[in-house]
Design a protein around this ligand. Sequence first.
Ligand code: NDP
Ligand code: 13P
Length: 326
Amino acid sequence: MNRVAVIGGGAWGTALAQVAARAGRETILWAREDDVVRAVNADRQNPVFLPDIDLDPNIRATGDLAELAGCDLWLVVTPAQHMRAVLEQAPRCEAPRLLCSKGIEERSGKLLHDVAAEASPGAPIAVLSGPTFAHEVARGMPTAVTLAAKDTDLAETLRTALAQPAFRMYVSDDVAGAEIGGAVKNVLAIAGGVVEGRALGQNARAALIARGFAEMTRFGMAFGARPETLAGLSGLGDLVLTCSSVSSRNYSLGKGIGEGQAASDLMADRKTVAEGAFTAPVLARLAQAHGITMPIVDAVADLLEGASVDRVLEGLLARPPRPEGV
Ligand SMILES: NC(=O)C1=CN([C@@H]2O[C@H](COP(=O)(O)OP(=O)(O)OC[C@H]3O[C@@H](n4cnc5c(N)ncnc54)[C@H](OP(=O)(O)O)[C@@H]3O)[C@@H](O)[C@H]2O)C=CC1
Ligand SMILES: O=C(CO)COP(=O)(O)O
């Protein structure tokens, strides 16, 4: 695992390139934008997506996917909705794909490990997910994540390749669990931002996290996730992080909605990705098709469609009480 490719020159791809380089790997960062490639190679910076962080000299950027062919490991860090297209354009090779994006493909309703398996036939698949603001990871601040692969030997090999004291990877074989936690928490983080933007208070935030986690667990268990994975770093851990901080793009999108701005205007203005906005409609659709009750996820999907915050909130508070639990 000497040569590592990172596919995606956004904040998270750049931070993970730092992780790979710090682990002593020769690291190639693929970015679509020429400005990002130039700035990484010339200035050791990514001012577009991860400003004010000096990048490791072991990172080289490229705009040419063909250069990734000789790498031993690919970290896939594109926005979820672009993963299939980028992997299909990339050269065929059997290097393991470590998927680091969070989301559900909107048009197919598939989890990303299924998308990657279809787009990269023959390549082993693993997933990395957890509470990880890119700017903290890039600065080497202590962070812990879930690294999941059905083949636990593969998970161990990847963990060893990227290991360092401040980036702790907990190995799991629950791929669906690791992915579902990351995808669902992005939607719930938008709701967390609405609570903040509408000044609904700290009690409401705690209620949202607890009842949101019940929704995540209901959905996850219906799709093969294990409850202990959902209660771990990639589920509850990431939910708590992104429901508590404007460093989360999903939370800040929700905060704007809570303050009365139109979701469509907020989305049109942003260059960075708020995955929850793309996951919410497909998650609501999947939940409905499988008879899984997810009122907070439905509420976020409605808000993104332009429903009024007051009406959505009224609807949630008017729900008949039910026994607590999943
Ligand atoms: N930021 C974070 O803290 C974390 C993010 N993640 C996940 O990582 C994934 C990537 O997020 P992040 O790095 O933050 O993204 P950013 O918002 O920082 O950057 C946007 C990224 O999207 C890429 N992009 C835009 N349009 C396309 C396209 N048509 N095809 C391919 N790529 C495109 C950009 O590529 P280009 O540079 O070429 O324009 C850029 O890499 C998401 O799924 C996110 O949920 C997970 C954990 C932490
Ligand atoms: O996934 C993340 C932290 O774990 C980043 O959250 P946002 O995408 O909401 O910024």
